[in-house]
Design a protein around this ligand. Structure first.
Ligand SMILES: NC(=O)c1ccc[n+]([C@@H]2O[C@H](COP(=O)([O-])OP(=O)(O)OC[C@H]3O[C@@H](n4cnc5c(N)ncnc54)[C@H](OP(=O)(O)O)[C@@H]3O)[C@@H](O)[C@H]2O)c1
Length: 150
């Protein structure tokens, strides 16, 4: 894992669950990790906790709603300016909803589609700039799959 030390990673959904675990793991291997989430304060708390534990990596908390393209553009422009680019991108932000096709309200479906479908589309232009064939380039989208039988 030494080859990742000092490299830059971006993790979405970093405030909880899978994304938080990925952020901690990458930072503990010396990476500079930008944690994107709406609840930026939770990422900041994790950064402080990791620092107090002597973590070798750095954590930066950036507020972004992935369903809003302008948030993504702002976040990546900050990353470009402050850290110079991205080596590893892990998209863990998503929402789970039990709405059914027949009974679910359109508004609920719209939210699921905005976050789980449009979010990755907004992110893809940025993540596609990562050279996945380079030794340090990695890109992963982690998403929930749900099937409805109606
Ligand atoms: N946990 C598991 O074992 C597991 C297993 C298989 C699949 N999955 C799937 O993996 C996905 C993540 O699971 P999880 O357990 O990590 O969920 P989680 O604990 O609910 O975390 C979801 C993350 O997504 C972020 N998020 C949600 N909406 C967002 C938005 N509009 N913009 C930016 N960030 C947003 C949340 O951050 P903010 O609210 O702060 O924005 C949070 O950090 C889900 O789809 C889940 O179904 C999870």
């Amino acid at each position: 894992m030494e080859r990742w030390s000092g490299r830059v990673a971006v993790v979405t959904g970093a405030s909880a669950g899978v994304g938080a675990a990925v952020l901690k793991a990458l930072a503990s291997h010396g990476m500079s990790v930008v944690g994107l989430a709406r609840r930026k304060h939770r990422v900041k708390e994790m950064a402080e906790e990791l620092q107090s534990q002597g973590c070798t990596g750095k954590v930066f908390a950036v507020r972004a709603d992935i369903s809003r393209e302008e948030d993504i553009l702002l976040a990546f422009s900050w990353i470009e300016k402050s850290l110079g680019g991205v080596d590893v991108f892990v998209n863990c932000a998503s929402i789970t909803s039990n709405v059914t096709l027949i009974e679910g309200r359109t508004e609920e479906w719209r939210r699921v589609l905005e976050v789980n479908l449009l979010g990755p589309l907004h992110l893809r232009q940025r993540s596609s700039q990562i050279d996945a064939s380079a030794p340090s380039g990695r890109c992963a989208h982690y998403q929930h799959q749900q099937q409805h039988d109606e």
